[in-house]
Write a protein of this length. Sequence first.
Lengths: 114, 114
Amino acid sequence: MSDCIFCQIAAGQIESDIVYEDELVVAFRDLNPQAPTHILLIPRQHMGSLDAASDEDIQLLGHLTLVAAQIGRSEGIAEDGYRLLTNVGPDAGQSVPHLHFHLLGGRVMHWPPG
Amino acid sequence: MSDCIFCQIAAGQIESDIVYEDELVVAFRDLNPQAPTHILLIPRQHMGSLDAASDEDIQLLGHLTLVAAQIGRSEGIAEDGYRLLTNVGPDAGQSVPHLHFHLLGGRVMHWPPG
């Protein structure tokens, strides 16, 4: 069993509120939501952060990003809007060392983005 | 000539401080930087936002995301960290209706992300 909590969520070893999954990615609700809709999207394959991605991951990254847009529509926030982001490393406050994107919507998002 | 300011930047019709470009994407410094490093990445092809992307754009989206990681390294912020995000629609404060990702680093980013 992996030590990585997001690998464990992807493998179904830790319960989470999953909103979407396929063979490549899993999306689930953040336990500490910062907006009415706050969903995390992860690749099933372990990758420390976006900085660990390589040319072989282009299809996966594009797919994950497009799934985020699909979830925006299924969550009913596509029209009003949402912010999609990933944190890399300590300055960004990356909390789990497994690549994940945050999808936040359902409220006005402010600027600067943190 | 397109009315879209980012199409004009991509076409070289408006000057910008370009840090990277290839046949698919252009990256340039934001005119109102919110961090020591603040770069915008856009596809050359016009697309209103991430919500306008379709399956045909998976390769493009993946490429753009990977280019962001490459720029993170070339800007020297990959180790300390950075935040990569895109705003969709009014709630997110999307200011230009041409898909763009913000890459911000060189300082501690706060939470929530706006």
